[in-house]
Design a protein. Structure first.
Length: 396
């Protein structure tokens, strides 16, 4: 998006440097990313940065309004309510597709809101790798508020550990060793001193939770939650005494309910030029005449599962639970990232953390995904290059 910086990066790029970067990423924690890391970051000009900031403020105005959690309570599916819900989300993310407005200028459009932790630790590592192997302008930054690497980790440590010792805090996941994003878990656990733990390895006894640490039965006082209920329900083979919905003497670093409370369910409530027209399907009395310009999304899914890019009146009429869907005006991603084998489109995730004691969420970092397919995501970009997970560097 900044022509001179983009051209300089493309002109100096070599496949050898990229392979060295990937090798370096693997060497740092003895683990290679299981997803495709894009060959390039993106470079975001000041004007687009300002629009992204304003778009985030428009979203936060809704999330921070009194009674937001109570109004969103209907988003939690039956049988998936977890006790001891925090009053506010610890992690917040807003995903924006980068589009062109009527004047042909780059502008963000909200795709999804998320109250669930993303790749905060891998993005920390990815910044180091890009800077080590490619010409990133020194005054460009991926983080916000002037925070450096050391303070970035300190803030995440404070948010995740709370007032507890690392041995009493776990990263909880469904089969963490099998997750595509495991590199993020490994960096997190190495930097914070906590253990990645499968939910099947946690024991619930007399309202307390325990896990094995270095062969010792250890009580869990706080959970950094990475469990998504859809994945949990899909693994009946994992025998467990804890399903998260039981009463337990434990704190949550990222309460599971916020996965639902701050989600696609939030979009219809946000009035902003940076948020496309979004409606709950069951509240749509008359389908739009230009239905081909809309996309149908299930509320309770992730990673693009169940999204219908080409809804029809017949498909919609066949939906048994329309209250579980939203109808959203299609966002046309712009082909604005020039690469050696054709332009790519991009999505930018703005990543917040909201630790106790802070009046408002703190904008920390960003995550970028590059695509040359019909949608953002691995399944739409197989066999393509200069696509995948990346990072945005913002012009000062």
């Amino acid at each position: 998006m900044i022509n001179q910086v983009r051209q300089n990066f493309n002109n100096t790029f070599t496949e050898e440097a990229y392979q060295q970067m990937m090798a370096w990423l693997e060497e740092q924690y003895n683990h290679a990313p299981k997803f495709h890391v894009a060959e390039s970051p993106i470079f975001i000009p000041a004007k687009v940065r300002g629009r992204l900031f304003q778009a985030c403020e428009d979203c936060l105005e809704v999330v921070l309004s009194p009674g937001f959690a109570e109004r969103s309570r209907a988003a939690i599916p039956p049988g998936e309510f977890v006790p001891k819900q925090n009053e506010r989300p610890l992690f917040l993310q807003f995903d924006f597709g980068m589009c062109l407005d009527e004047e042909g200028e780059v502008t963000p459009q909200l795709i999804e809101a998320q109250g669930f932790p993303s790749l905060y630790f891998f993005q920390y590592l990815l910044d180091q790798s890009f800077r080590k192997h490619f010409p990133i302008p020194e005054d460009f930054t991926c983080r916000f508020g002037g925070i450096d690497q050391e303070n970035y980790l300190a803030l995440l440590r404070r948010a995740i550990l709370g007032e507890h010792e690392p041995e009493n805090v776990i990263l909880l996941e469904v089969d963490p060793a099998g997750q595509t994003t495991r590199i993020d878990f490994i960096v997190c656990c190495a930097e914070l001193g906590i253990a990645e733990t499968c939910i099947s390895e946690v024991e619930l006894e007399d309202g307390k939770l325990y896990y094995q640490r270095d062969g010792k039965r250890t009580q869990v006082h706080r959970i950094f939650n990475r469990v998504i209920f859809d994945e949990l329900k899909a693994r009946p083979d994992l025998k467990r005494t804890f399903n998260m919905i039981e009463e337990a003497e434990v704190e949550w670093a990222g309460h599971p309910n916020w996965f639902f409370l701050l989600s696609k369910f939030t979009l219809p409530f946000i009035d902003s030029p940076y948020v496309p027209d979004t409606r709950f399907l069951h509240e749509v009395k008359e389908l739009p005449q230009d239905l081909e310009e809309y996309v149908l999304k299930p509320l309770y899914s992730f990673a693009g599962a169940g999204v219908d890019l080409h809804p029809t009146a017949e498909k919609i009429a066949a939906i048994e639970q329309p209250e579980h869907y939203i109808l959203q005006k299609k966002v046309t991603y712009a082909d604005i990232i020039q690469t050696p084998d054709g332009p790519a489109r991009t999505e930018v995730r703005m990543m917040y953390v909201w630790p106790d004691g802070e009046e408002k969420p703190i904008l920390l970092n960003n995550l970028v995904r590059l695509s040359k397919g019909e949608m953002i995501g691995v399944r739409y970009n197989k066999g393509k290059t200069w696509v995948g997970g990346s990072l945005g560097y913002f012009e000062p």
